[in-house]
Design a protein around this ligand. Sequence first.
Ligand code: T3D
Length: 264
Amino acid sequence: EYQNIQFAVEAGVARLTLNRPDKLNSFTGDMHAELRDALDRVHADHAARVLVLSGAGRAFCAGQDLADPDMATQPDGRLPDIGDVVDKNYKPLVLRLQNLRVPTIAAVNGIAAGAGASLALACDLVVATKSASFLQAFSKIGLIPDTGGTWFLPQRVGMARAMGLALLADKLPAEKAADWGLIWAAYDDAEFGAKVDALATQLAAMPTKALVRTRQAMHAAPGHTLEQQLSFEGGFMRELGWSADYAEGVAAFTEKRAPRFTGK
Ligand code: T3D
């Protein structure tokens, strides 16, 4: 049903694969529209308990399609309004991921460049094949790391490394990205699929609301004082304390059995 992505939900795992392998899964306006639609479906489908985002072929995503008409000088000579493209496509994409009802995994199967790297960083857990790399390609074409890049990079690796990556635009191999704390883990290419499946299965069986509130609390922290954050945490704890999964977690602990979480 989609032309630019693949999408399926099975056994609690929503799998969304960017699917323009000939163009290294770079973003077009059409792909953005399909992504919005698929993410809305994940949000609405309570059978989905985790999202796995990946790329078809040898790349994860090469960022904005630089040949897309949105990027071209218009027939009347007007230059493209890239800010408009950011507002229309990239900002909603990151906000949808950050507000998604389920935890998210970026399974980075190959190079992640430009907004493709930022897309990965907008997910809760980022894992990559050892042959993958991360490239802040923006400065090479006179842009800045968008799609949350200037927010995610310094938070994950500190200002010195974030600046080096963004200004110099050298490829960062996945193992080094893991060593630096940019991503969660780099796995051997041969075992990558199995590792991602295991991670997805693990998250899909966990208390979904608590995982999502954890994401939201972590990301809210830099804008809060400690006192504000303590109250913010308290609000989420109150809500989660009334959840079925909390009751199940405590019951399972008391009865010395494995919990059966439902995401409710
Ligand atoms: O509207 C806005 O601009 C706002 C948002 C901007 C956010 C951004 O993402 S800006 C950054 C855009 N991305 C880039 O600048 C990365 C461009 N790509 C590359 O630097 C390289 O392709 C890679 C380092 C990612 C991979 O290099 P390599 O040698 O493995 O592959 P390749 O040969 O360069 O690419 C293979 C094909 O994919 C090739 O097509 P062809 O010649 O076989 O028909 C290439 O043109 C195409 N491709 C790769 N990246 C893009 C692309 N086509 C369009 N746009 C791309 N970004």
